[in-house]
Design a protein. Structure first.
Length: 414
């Protein structure tokens, strides 16, 4: 419902006051001074809008890439004699170009910006203020609810040329430990009933006078479980990558690499919510992985992350390769790694602590930093002694060495 503004109240009070003074004092000049205010107010109120204004927020893209452009629009439908001011709220994760827009409806206001960081960022709420009759009437402020923009993390370059241990899927690029139909030569063995004649190794057969065939290893796909440690967030205040930035971007790179080559990749959180994404492969599943990663949130300060709940939402399969991305800032992270290692699962720990990260700046910060680094190095040493390969994240080829170690450990008989 349209209401009067302070300008209308001032005009009415001034006009009525001048008229009363003119009649009381008998002064015609005061009456002449009141005439412009009376006529101006009456003429302005003749264009009073008949209906109520309407506004809506539309997002051009609900999901964008980290660092990409964010586009939205606000449509305002009102009488032509009105004027509106559109004021969107500024989100910390979005860099918006203009904060206030003044347009004459009906109009469409374009809201543009840039996604500074991965995550789910609210665009809005948007406040729309509509005034009419030269600012004499106004409509109650319209508040449009915020729309969520999901900024997908950018995957860092990553590639690995080492086969995954215990590949037991249907078909893929990894060599299986079992012998069967495949293209990888595993040796020569005596002929058994049922072997195909085209697999006979004639050179060995002629030399030994006994039929021998080529033994091959089939190609299989593997199941990869990416376990993300989101118990703590640190760094990132000076514009550099924080702990979660390194963790999420490394997970996006590893997931893209293995998903592209046909492996089944699942994601799991080690944190307050214990979320989990089912295994899958293909481009559609990779987009689901990026959307899942964008919704990661760190544990609130002072909150209990796990309590008495299990560390992982459902244990991974016995033959699945578990890659845990952790900064090792919490003792529970090392406990989970040791528990998985005792279960003789193929396991790799990726250290996602950013280089040069400092915990605090106080008069004892240097000494405390040294003690904390020493304790952390001891934890990594104990994990390696327990059979957990730990390697810092360095982009392409970061996991080749530790995957070879994991393959050798997985090949040891139980």
């Amino acid at each position: 419902m349209w209401t009067s503004t302070a300008a209308l109240r001032r005009a009415v009070v001034l006009s009525v006051g001048l008229c009363l003074l003119a009649v009381t004092l008998g002064r015609v000049d005061l009456l002449v001074m009141a005439v412009p205010f009376v006529l101006g107010t009456a003429v302005s109120l003749r264009s009073r809008p008949a209906g109520s204004p309407r506004a809506a927020l539309h997002l051009a893209d609900a999901a964008v890439t980290e660092g990409g452009a964010v586009r939205a629009s606000v449509t305002v439908d009102a009488d032509r004699s009105t004027l509106c001011v559109v004021s969107p709220a500024v989100s910390p994760g979005l860099h918006q170009d203009v904060r206030h827009h003044v347009v004459a409806p009906p109009a469409e206001v374009a809201l543009t910006g840039t996604a500074r960081r991965w995550g789910v960022h609210p665009l809005g709420p948007v406040r729309v203020r509509v005034i009419a009759c030269d600012g004499l009437l106004e409509f109650p402020e319209l508040v449009l609810p915020a729309g969520n923009v999901r900024a997908l993390p950018v995957a860092e370059p990553f590639a690995s040329h080492v086969s995954v241990p215990r590949a037991d899927g249907m078909s893929g690029i990894h060599r299986s430990r079992r012998l069967g139909e495949g293209g990888e030569l595993a040796g020569v063995r005596p002929y058994r009933p049922g072997d195909r004649l085209r697999r006979i190794d004639w050179r060995t057969t002629l030399r030994t006078r006994e039929p021998y065939v080529n033994a091959t290893q089939p190609e299989r796909d593997a199941e990869i479980v990416l376990l993300l440690d989101v118990l703590h967030e640190a760094g990132g205040d000076d514009g550099t990558a924080s702990v979660l930035d390194v963790t999420v971007r490394a997970a996006a790179a590893i997931a893209e690499h293995y998903t592209r080559q046909g492996d089944r990749v699942s994601l799991a959180e080690f944190g307050p919510r214990l979320r989990r994404l089912r295994p899958g492969t293909g481009r559609r599943h990779h987009l689901a992985q990026l959307a899942w990663l964008a919704e990661i949130r760190p544990m609130p300060e002072g909150g209990d992350a796990l309590g008495d709940r299990p560390p992982i939402a459902g244990p991974p399969a016995s033959n699945a390769l578990v890659i845990m991305l952790t900064p090792l800032l919490d003792p529970r992270s090392a406990t989970v790694l040791a528990t998985l290692a005792r279960g003789r699962r193929p396991l790799v720990a990726v250290d996602t602590l950013p280089a040069g990260l400092r915990r605090a700046d106080t008069e004892w910060s240097d000494l405390a930093e040294r003690l904390w680094r020493l304790e952390r190095d001891n934890t990594i040493g104990r994990l390696r002694e327990a059979g957990v390969p730990v390697e810092a994240w360095r982009g392409p080829g970061s996991l080749d060495a530790v995957l070879r170690d994991a393959a050798r450990i997985a090949a040891v008989p139980r």
